[in-house]
Design a protein around this ligand. Sequence first.
Ligand SMILES: NC(=O)c1ccc[n+]([C@@H]2O[C@H](COP(=O)([O-])OP(=O)(O)OC[C@H]3O[C@@H](n4cnc5c(N)ncnc54)[C@H](OP(=O)(O)O)[C@@H]3O)[C@@H](O)[C@H]2O)c1
Length: 222
Amino acid sequence: MQTVLVTGANRGLGLEFVRQYREAGWLVIATSRRLDEGVRARDCGAELLQLDVRDEEAIRALAHSLEGRKIDLLINNAGYHPGAQQLGKLDYENWQSAFHINVIAPLQLAEALLSIIPPDGKIVNIGSRQGSMACNREGGKYLYRATKAAVHSITRSLAIDLVERGIVVAALHPGWVKTDMGTNNADIEVEESVSGMRKVIADLGPHNTGHLINYDGEVIPW
Ligand SMILES: NC(=O)c1ccc[n+]([C@@H]2O[C@H](COP(=O)([O-])OP(=O)(O)OC[C@H]3O[C@@H](n4cnc5c(N)ncnc54)[C@H](OP(=O)(O)O)[C@@H]3O)[C@@H](O)[C@H]2O)c1
């Protein structure tokens, strides 16, 4: 049986990944920073583990608790959107926390779990079109764009470094999705986004490792 570990799995896209992979018969390890918030993931049949992704020691403890098992797919989904961040009204207080959640944590998790990701395993970082410099025509959103551009950069390096081990790595853009973060004004529902991303993930291999890919399969320029 294939195993997937999803961070930030208590709501939004993370919870929908849990629901769909369980439905597809996968063994799902769902992490949530509060166990009482993760009830819906557990109700879907996931194994629920507590993880605040900013807690490096907790990441090490999680990896230790999973020793002897295998993770075929790691989805670094937990993310933070610090709001509009308009020029002239920038708040630098939360830059460190945003970088920790969106950039440092995905890399720490990949490093910590690497020894239990098998040669045909996959690491997926949930990135964003907003982190693509080529697609940025509107400006603004300084902090969010910077964190997602950084996690895209990490994705590329990881993909190159892990080629010889046969592990593929990609950053996925989920679309603009109706979640707490995406708001109700967004374009698509979580079901459409996640079923699209699952198809993209199933198709990941040496031919497309190290790219930023939209939920519909289109490769997005950096
Ligand atoms: N929705 C969109 O349109 C869209 C577009 C592009 C990219 N994305 C990306 O997609 C991913 C999921 O977003 P979403 O739309 O599902 O957002 P969401 O509904 O706001 O959910 C965010 C998830 O991240 C978790 N999280 C935040 N900080 C955490 C921390 N320190 N430790 C552990 N978990 C933490 C939240 O947990 P709590 O409940 O504990 O806060 C929650 O489970 C994010 O990486 C986001 O940047 C979303």
